[in-house]
Design a protein around this ligand. Sequence first.
Ligand code: 9YW
Length: 419
Amino acid sequence: MGPRLTGDETALWLAAARVLDANWTGAATVPSPGLYPHQWSWDSAFIGLGLAHHRPDRARTEFLSLFRGQWATGLLPHIVFHTTEPRHAYFPGPELWRSSAHPAAPRGVQTSALAQPPLHALVALRMVQASDGADRAFLGPLYPCLVAQHAYLARDRDIGGGGLASLCHPWESGLDDSPAWDTPLAAVDPRGRTYNGGDHDRYVALVTGMRAAGYRAEYLRDEHPFVVEDPLFNAVYLASTHALAELADLAGADPRPHREAAERIHRALLDRLWDESAGCFRARDLRAGRLIPETTVAGFVPLMDPELPAPVVRALTDLLLSPRFAGAAGYPVPTCDIQSEAFDRGAYWRGPTWANTNWLLWFGACAHDLGGIADLIFGSTARLVRQSGFREFYDPFDGSGRGGHDYSWSAALLLDLLA
Ligand code: 9YW
């Protein structure tokens, strides 16, 4: 155990470490036992942050397992399937993606064909820093994979041509059911498919459309019906691009292309997603050609950008602390504007508080020396796990736990917050 902790914090630390140990498969960490039996891309990044303090050897193995799933295009898929045992049946499984039939997909491992927020370079940098440089040998093979992951986003996903990466499926956002996706999703033809009904048909139709087009970039650019630029995804992309420049220095590579890419993403976030009149960042629907009016927690994640202009930071912190978000929630930060019609305190990504979005905002608050906000988020997250355990998400008003139990990222991120 690394940091100096109080007795109460030590108990929390040990409980979190136990969750990570129990969810370790030998090669990776499942997000939640039973519920999600495979490896998810941004979960592994969050888990890596915690493992770096607890079991750095496992943090490295976690990343190497994940990058085994990387495609020749550079795409780092959002799911790497680790088991085909029927008792671990999870939908959508490998049969939806059919990655083995694709020439660019890796051999010997089945994967999805979507991205998730690219936090990995940022986490890799922290792993290397946490190990006092002892992880540099690990950086050798990992660095080109991270470069390829970013090159894929710049080459195949800058569909708007303005420097941001586009999402082609709500699942790429990590905030799968966010109300921000309701309008662009409603425009998707579910083609009469009936799985579970409603949006689920549209989720599946989006994948089968991509699959039928061989997951080609031209199809995504010219025909695919769901294309949005998301502030969370792109803020994470920016933070990781800054990290990639630092990793380039450590790896003896040229950091300049990454610095230039970071400058481009920073500008594009402000030019394309900042809504001056509302004082917040919003997602842009490229097919409808407009900003999506829903205000969600994703709109605060650009606080991770250390170069955000002071008036923008001020507007964001005012909104964050207002009764629309933290100001009326006993356990901030809710995922959706409390005053929005779409807000639902118990529904997946439509209101509850999550440890991972809290961590992103905490990181952003630290980047701007917003000590009060960082403390508020740290305190709320610690109270949630102390009161309700390491749950998937929490009621923002009474802190009760919801969804999966023994959730890996809730445990891992608590370790990082305590460290
Ligand atoms: C699903 C694993 C994943 C996360 C996503 C979250 C959820 C899977 O769980 O998606 O079946 O709904 O939305 O962000 O990576 O924790």
